[in-house]
Ligand binder design. Structure first.
Ligand code: ARG
Length: 491
């Protein structure tokens, strides 16, 4: 048997079905470049520690660059994973006497954990950048619609007037928390398990800090047993992704509802729509529906991760291989969704006149009317709530006369006798003045939203810089690693 992994201990090779069942090669496409980087960093460190000689390490490093150049397709897919297949390709290129030294003091267990973290780290940064861009799109749109009235809903019933800007900012704020969660998850992903070897570390004098530094990690995952066996960082990220998708499913649901004839608030750009194969008039919001549906992919990946990791004894177990593809499926779905949501909103046709016309249907100004009774006639809110409730039940236009006749029955006194005027009633029923009054922090008043949007935009800029710094530092480490590789290759 020429299989460099099995030839010693095992006699029979797995048949095709067993290999398909046990191999991670397809999912490992995600970690091809990361695995090369891990191999390069490990080899550089082995050389610096005098564990392998300068000549051997030079050949290994050159071989690794060649394997990188050749790409994943050159690898032998009859191996069970990329790590051993890549090592085998290296040995093909530089011979076993040299290439066979690379895996000193290392196991595929710390190797794979490091690779997953490297790739996930990049994916997280890209995702965070994409979330920032989406938040910016929402806030820019909100700026344009600070005065655009619309009905706000609770229980999907018209509740109170608000503005489109207020509604959009709500989504932007929720995405702000998703961003923060992603950034915190990043800090726990960005730790290096390399050097843990199989689980008990190694007797070779490895320099773990050096490989962590070469790979641009923020620090080490110290305990070597935990380093190879924990996948809580995957569960944490999958949970962050699921939250984003849950938020998107709400936004997507609105886009679907709002583009129906019943609402008619918006129209999606044709790019995001489909039509029917039988009903030629149809413009269906398929992209938004699919986003609502793909939320299930993220939630399902999270459930799969949790279930796979549950009850595993320390330390490494092969079950963990089954966990990894779930994070790739989830991150791919969520990143595409962020970009597509941004596109849908950036190209959205909004109908401000329909939104405004609907702002008062369903007596949405009832709360302000009751509040006005409290402020102007000095009655308790609970009593005002009853009076306006009776008005609503009777379905009549609330005039001062009508209000007085009801209050005479309920409290034995006309509200006009307590100071309520026709003008105050009219103002309470005006959606615009409803909005203007709601100027407490976070309310829909256009001046309050102006403040809020300005603050949020500054926040976005700061966060953008924070992400750029993280990216620069990672890219800087890789440049340094590659420069070292070039230097050591010449020795
Ligand atoms: N493909 C494996 C995984 O994803 C790599 C580690 C294999 N380790 C082992 N002891 N078989 O987990």
């Amino acid at each position: 048997m020429s299989n460099i992994l099995r030839r010693g201990r095992l006699e029979a090779a797995p048949d095709k079905e067993i290999l398909n069942y046990t191999s991670s090669m397809e999912a490992d496409r995600w970690i091809f470049n990361a695995d090369i980087a891990v191999d390069l960093a490990h080899t550089v460190m082995l050389k610096e520690q005098g564990i392998i000689g300068a000549k051997d390490s030079a050949k290994i490093l050159s071989g690794l660059l060649q394997v990188r150049e050749e790409g994943m397709e050159k690898l032998d897919f009859s191996y069970e994973d990329i790590h051993i297949s890549l090592e085998s390709r290296l040995i093909d290129l530089v011979g076993e006497d040299i290439g066979g030294r690379m895996h000193s003091g290392r196991s595929r267990n710390d190797e794979v954990a490091t690779c997953i973290r490297l790739v996930l780290r990049d994916e997280l940064l890209s995702l965070l950048e994409e979330i920032l861009a989406l938040r910016k799109t929402l806030l820019t749109l909100a700026e344009k619609h600070r005065e655009t009235l619309m009905p706000g809903f609770t229980h999907l019933q018209h509740a109170q007037p608000t503005t489109f800007a207020h509604h959009l900012s709500a989504h932007a704020q929720a995405l702000g928390r998703d961003f923060e969660r992603g950034l915190e998850a990043f800090s726990r992903v960005n730790l290096c398990p390399l050097g843990a070897a199989a689980f008990a570390s190694t007797g070779f004098a490895l320099n773990r800090k050096r490989t962590a530094e070469l790979l641009g990690f923020e620090g080490l995952l110290e305990n070597s047993m935990d380093a190879v066996s924990s996948r809580d960082f995957l569960i944490e990220c999958a949970s962050v992704f699921t939250n984003i998708m849950i938020n998107f499913s709400r936004m997507a649901e609105e886009l679907v509802l709002w583009s129906s004839s019943e609402f008619n608030y918006i129209e999606l750009d044709d790019m995001y729509a489909s039509t029917s194969s039988i009903m030629p008039q149809k413009k269906n919001p398929d992209t938004a529906e699919l986003m609502r549906g793909k939320t299930g992919v993220a939630a399902g990946s999270l459930m799969a991760l949790i279930t796979i990791c549950k009850g595993l004894p320390l330390s490494y177990n092969r079950d963990l291989q089954e966990a990894t593809p779930n994070i790739w499926r989830s991150v791919k779905t969520v990143r595409a969704s962020v970009r597509i949501m941004r596109g849908m909103y950036a190209s959205l046709k909004i109908r401000p006149e329909v939104l405004a016309a609907q702002a008062t249907t369903g007596f949405t100004t009832a709360t302000e009317l009751a509040d006005t009774f409290v402020r102007e006639a000095g009655i308790p809110f609970r009593t005002a709530h009853q009076l306006v409730g009776i008005l609503a039940r009777e379905g009549c236009d609330p005039s001062l006369e009508k209000i007085d006749s009801i209050s005479e029955v309920v409290i034995g006194e006309a509200l006009s006798a307590r100071g309520l005027t026709e003008k105050q009633v009219k103002e309470a029923l005006d959606p615009e003045s409803n909005i203007k009054r709601r100027k407490v922090i976070g309310g829909p008043a256009p001046e309050e939203l102006k403040r809020y949007l300005k603050k949020e935009k500054t926040e976005l800029e700061l966060k953008g810089e924070e992400i750029a710094t993280l990216r620069d530092s990672i890219e800087g480490s890789f440049e340094k690693l590659l420069a070292l590789v070039e230097e050591y290759r010449k020795k």
